[in-house]
Structure formats: C-alpha cells, structure tokens
Design a protein around this ligand. Structure first.
Ligand code: FAD
Length: 380
C-alpha cells in the first residue's frame, strides 16, 4: 500500500482531533492547526447529548442512519479513547427521557414516538406515574413521557481533552495559536496550508474548522462549504452530586437538561440566526430557566455555575459535509455537523480517516458530499 499520506488538519475541535487521532494512530504524519486553543469552539459549548433516536422526527431521513451508526459506535469509541488517553470521558447510559406537561405536548410526543417506533428505534411510552418513578423531582404536571434508552450523553469537554492527549500520544502534532491563513491550492490540487506566512506542505488537507469553515482563504470556489454559525446559549447549575435532582437527559417542551456525574446540570439551549454575535441575552437565559423551572422546580434553589454561547456549524440541510471534493484533489471536508457534532464524532473520524487511508468513499459517507448542493444556488 506504500507510504501513508501526510495530513494537515484545519481546526482543533472534536472533529479535527478525532480524525487526527485515527490517522496518527494509523501511522500518518499529522499536523493539526488551531487558531486559538484546541477544543474551545463548539466542542466546548455543546451539551454532549447523543440523541440519535429521540431527535428523529418526520422529515430528517437522510441524517438518521449516520446518527444511529455513530450512536452505536460511541461506547467502543469512548473505551478506546479512555484507554489511549488515560482520561475519563464521562459517558453516561441512563438514556433520554422526554416529558409532556400538557395534552398538546402529549399529542406531539405521540406522533414522534410512533414515527420512531416505525423506524425500529427503541423507545418506550410511559405514564405520568412511571415518569415520576424514574425522576421523582419532576413537576407533578408531567403527564406522560417517552424513554429513549439508547440516547446517552458524553462529557464533550472531557472527550475533547482526551482526544488531544490521545492524538499527541499517537505522534500527532498540535499547533495552537496557529490560524491557517490560506489553503495552498493550484490547478485543482491542494498542496498544503499557509500558517504564519509560511507554507506547510501536506498530501491531504482536512477542513474541520467548524462554523468558520467557509472563511479560509485560497479555497477553490467549488470547495467552499456552505456552513454558517448557528448561535446557541446554554447555562449550568450545580446540583448536589450525592442527591442529584435529575439522572436522565431530559427533554421538556421548552428546554433540555443534561446532568453530569459531578452534579453539573446543563440547561439549554437557544438556536439563533445571529451571525457571529456571541452575546448572552436576558431573553435567552429567561427562556431556558423558565422552561427548566416549570419542569424541575427544585432548580430554583441551585447556584448558577456558568453561562455561555457557542456556534454550531450549520450547513444548508443541517447534515455534515464529509469527504473529497470533485475537482479539488487532496482536499477532504469534515464540517457542517450543526447540532450533532458530538454524536457524529466516532463515525466521522472512522469514515474520513478511512477515506484518506484507502481512497474509497464508504457508502455510509456517500450521501454527505458537497456535490449534493451543486444544483442549487451557492448561499449558505
Ligand atoms: P469546533 O469545535 O467549533 O472546532 C472548530 C475549530 O476550528 C475551532 O477550535 C476553531 O478555533 C478552529 N478554527 C477556525 N478557523 C480556523 C483557522 N483558520 N485556522 C485554524 N483553526 C481554525 N452536538 C451534539 O452532538 N450534541 C449536543 O448536545 C450538542 N449541543 C450543542 C449545544 C450548543 C450550544 C452548540 C453550540 C453546539 C452543540 N452541538 C451538539 C454541536 C457540536 O458542538 C458541534 O457540531 C461540534 O462541536 C462541531 O465540532 P467541530 O470540531 O467541527 O467544531
């Protein structure tokens, strides 16, 4: 099979690090260039839900097989990553509980539940009493629920930190405070990247710059991915880890809550089209806290630990952009993961690294090429 290709990765988020880890472990020379600190973009901001099943709603069929496949890979991926890094990644397997507070919520939940069951997704209908048995601190107004037992969570900050260690231990080189100024491309072929005014040559360039992916200079027009920042606000409160108010990932009508093992309870999240505006707003925080308080009144007494914003890398159809670009040899995309990038990390790393090592596009990756947008105008 000859020598392994050398690879330059643009972006040290969870996606770039995971691909870099796979490739370095396979014997490639890998350099990851990160404009700031690795893992401080969307990968830091996320809630870490691995919600392939609960999120399946009528109209999102393209993405579902990829999400389900990645969900099933997370357990093995986490075990391998923990062994390679010597660090825990906080995978929890209580599953996701969806609750309804009104008759209207019940009907919406019933439609989604039947849709998911029809697709063979494991999901169980619960009465109000059964919901309260699982989560005794929920409001008495919780009239019904659905348990999606395979939709778990991972601590995305720990997972990203572990990936960095695993990548470096596998021999990969991480360059922080090193923005890629341009992709070095000529006559339909990418030759490397320009960093700090200097050319860094590589056989393959992986574009994994999250919400910033369309801003890299030098990309041939045909290879500019239609990715835009989709703002999200989140906050967290501190539960007593010995007596937590919540154990399952919870989806309520107006918010979601994600309890970490250390007692941190993440409450989210807004979805806003505001460009690069990263402000926390009174309205956003109010909506999240009100939604959470109506569902889990006990949060009223808890200390707020943190509030933050992040930018989901949204593509035009909310599905990622993965793999080679026709007519631009040497460039590989791994971006546009929108609100599913943590969930999709294992499958993205395997498929993208697999393509770089073998030159073959896996059938699972094939629907996610940039060419799917070729027939429509080029706005993000
Ligand atoms: P990022 O983590 O943003 O990494 C991209 C990196 O590229 C950044 O570190 C950036 O600094 C760097 N970069 C940019 N430009 C350059 C350049 N020119 N040169 C060098 N480096 C550059 N997903 C889930 O699966 N489950 C969830 O529960 C979930 N919740 C979310 C909640 C919020 C509020 C947000 C914002 C996102 C959430 N997501 C969730 C989505 C998930 O966070 C993203 O899809 C995922 O983190 C994308 O990873 P990434 O590595 O592509 O992007």
């Amino acid at each position: 099979a000859g020598a392994r290709p050398s690879v330059a990765v643009i972006g040290g988020g969870i996606i770039g690090l995971a691909i870099g880890w796979r490739l370095a472990a396979a014997g490639c020379r890998v350099d990851i260039f990160e404009k700031g600190r690795a893992g401080q973009g969307a990968s830091h901001a996320a809630a870490g839900m691995l919600a392939a099943g609960a999120e399946a709603e009528p109209g999102e069929q393209r993405l579902l097989p990829l999400c389900l496949e990645s969900r099933s890979r997370w357990r093995g991926f986490a075990a391998e990553l923990e062994a390679a890094s010597g660090q825990p990644v906080g995978l929890r397997d209580e599953g996701t509980l969806i609750v309804a507070l009104t008759r209207d919520d019940v009907e919406v939940m019933r439609v989604n539940h039947q849709f998911q069951r029809g697709l063979g997704i494991e999901s169980h209908w619960l009465t109000g009493a059964q919901v309260k048995e699982l989560e005794p601190f929920l409001t008495p107004r919780a009239v019904a629920g659905v348990l999606s037992p395979l939709d778990n969570q991972v601590d995305n900050r720990r997972a990203t930190a572990a990936l960095r260690v695993a990548f470096e231990r596998a021999g990969g080189r991480l360059h922080e405070d090193s923005p890629v100024e341009a992709v070095d491309a000529e006559a339909g072929r990418v030759r490397g990247v320009v960093v700090g005014g200097r050319a860094h040559t590589a056989d393959i360039v992986v574009l994994a710059a999250g919400a910033w992916s369309r801003q890299i200079a030098g990309l041939p027009a045909a290879a500019v991915p239609p990715v835009r920042p989709v703002k999200g606000q989140l906050l967290s409160v501190a539960m007593d880890p010995a007596a937590p108010l919540l154990r399952h990932v919870l989806w309520a009508p107006k918010c979601y809550m994600v309890p970490r093992a250390d007692g941190t309870l993440i409450i989210g999240g807004t979805t806003e089209e505001k460009g690069w505006d990263d402000s926390l707003t009174a309205g956003g925080v109010l909506a999240m806290l009100e939604g959470a308080w109506r569902t889990l009144p006990g949060i009223e007494e808890l200390r707020i630990s943190e509030m933050w914003t992040g930018f989901r890398p949204g593509s035009r159809d909310d599905a990622p952009l993965l793999g080679p670009v026709a007519g631009v040899d040497g460039l590989v995309l791994a971006t546009g993961h929108h609100r599913n990038g943590i969930l999709l990390t294992p499958v993205t790393a395997d498929l993208v690294a697999g393509f770089i090592l073998t030159g073959r596009v896996d059938p699972l990756m094939q629907p996610f090429g940039l060419d799917r947008f070729a027939a429509t105008p080029a706005a993000a």
